[in-house]
Design a protein around this ligand. Structure first.
Ligand code: ADP
Length: 303
C-alpha cells in the first residue's frame, strides 16, 4: 500500500464565541489554517491523506476543548507545543439587527504566538516529515520577528529537501505592526511558494495594486508558478499556468462568507494531493467554497 500524503497546516486555532439570543453564546473552535485542515480531512476517504495541525496551545480547559476538537476531526496532534503559562486566543461574533456580523478578538497573548520560541519541544525541523506545508499571512503575522525569521529560513530547507510550500496571504492589517513589514514579509513568502492561494481582495488591499493583472504580474515576478487567485463570486483564476479557464457558477443565495477562502484552499489542496491537475483543483476548491457560503458558520457538514 502507498504511504498517505502528509500535509502540515500551521497557525492559530481559537475559541469562537457566537452570540445567541439574549445573554447566551455558543462556543466553537476555528481559525483560518485550522478550517482548511478540517475541510481537507472532511474531503478525505479514510486515511488517504494525513493532516497535522502545527500550533501552540495552553494546558487550560479551553486548550483541552480545542485539542479534542482537533482529534475529533481526525487531525494529528503530535506537532502541538503546550505552554503552561498561556491560553488560546478568543474571538466573538455578533450579528446586529440588520444581519451584519462583527468580530472582536482577544489574541495578543495567545499561546500560538510562542510556537518555535525556545525552549520548545516542537522545532521547525520536525516538519520535514510533511509533503506539503501550508500556512497563511495570519500564521506568520502573529509570530515575533525572531521566530518568524527562523520559520522562514526553515521553509527554504524544507523545499530543498523536496517539500512543497503552500501560502495564502490572508492579509489582516491589525495583526501587522506596519504595512511596510507586511509587504516585505508577504513578498518574501511568495518568493518561497510552490502553490499560491491568494485572494484578490487581500492582495489589492496590501499592495495597492491597480487591478487583477497587476496582482498576477507581481506574483509571477516574485517567482510564483502555480496556484489560484481567489476572486469571490467570479471564481478562481489560474496563476502561472495556462489552463482552459472553466467558467465558475456564482452563488446567488450567499448566507455567510466565513471560511470561503479557507474551504477553497482545502478543496484545492485535496485534489492536488490526490495527483489531479490545476483545473480539477480549482473546480474542487470552488465547489466546496460554494457550499460553505450557503450555510452559516465556518465549518459545515459536507456529506
Ligand atoms: P476570501 O474568503 O479569502 O476573501 P474569496 O471571497 O475570493 O476569498 O472566496 C474564495 C472562493 O470562494 C472564490 O474563489 C470562489 O471560488 C468562492 N466564492 C466566494 N464567493 C462566491 C460566490 N458568491 N459565488 C460562488 N463562489 C464564491
Amino acid at each position: 500500500m502507498q504511504k498517505p500524503i502528509k500535509i502540515g497546516c500551521l497557525g492559530e486555532v481559537m475559541i469562537e464565541l457566537i452570540a445567541q439570543e439574549g445573554d447566551s453564546a455558543r462556543i466553537g473552535v476555528a481559525g483560518d489554517t485550522y478550517n482548511t485542515s478540517v475541510y481537507i480531512k472532511k474531503l478525505c476517504k479514510e486515511d488517504e491523506i494525513q493532516v497535522s495541525y502545527i500550533t501552540a496551545l495552553g494546558t487550560d480547559t479551553f486548550s483541552q476543548r480545542i485539542l479534542s476538537n482537533i482529534k475529533q476531526h481526525g487531525i494529528q496532534t503530535d506537532h502541538i507545543e503546550f505552554r503552561d503559562n498561556r491560553m488560546p486566543g478568543l474571538y466573538a461574533i455578533e450579528t446586529d439587527t440588520e444581519g451584519e456580523r462583527s468580530f472582536s478578538y482577544w489574541r495578543g497573548e495567545a499561546a500560538a504566538r510562542t510556537l518555535f520560541e525556545e525552549p520548545c519541544t516542537i522545532k521547525p525541523e520536525a516538519m520535514s516529515e510533511f509533503d506539503l506545508l501550508y500556512l497563511s499571512g495570519i500564521s506568520i503575522a502573529i509570530l515575533p520577528e525572531e521566530t518568524r525569521n527562523r520559520l522562514i529560513n526553515y521553509i527554504g530547507d524544507f523545499r530543498k529537501n523536496g517539500g512543497k510550500f503552500v501560502f495564502d496571504s490572508n492579509y489582516r492589517p491589525r495583526l501587522w505592526g506596519d504595512t511596510k513589514t507586511a509587504r516585505e514579509v508577504t513578498m518574501q513568502m511568495w518568493s518561497l511558494t510552490d502553490i499560491a492561494l491568494p485572494s484578490l481582495d487581500d492582495e489589492m488591499a496590501l499592495f495597492n495594486d491597480a487591478n487583477e493583472q497587476a496582482v498576477l504580474n507581481r506574483l509571477i515576478q516574485a517567482g510564483v508558478s502555480h496556484g489560484a487567485l481567489k476572486r469571490g463570486m467570479d471564481g478562481p483564476k489560474a496563476i502561472g499556468e495556462a489552463v482552459i479557464q472553466e467558467s465558475f457558477e456564482p452563488v446567488t443565495n450567499v448566507v455567510d462568507t466565513t471560511a470561503a477562502g479557507d474551504s477553497f484552499n482545502a478543496g484545492f489542496l485535496y485534489k492536488h494531493a490526490m495527483g489531479e491537475g490545476l483545473a480539477q483543483a480549482m473546480l474542487s476548491g470552488h465547489t466546496l467554497a460554494s457550499k460553505v457560503i450557503q450555510q452559516s458558520g465556518a465549518i459545515i457538514e459536507i456529506e
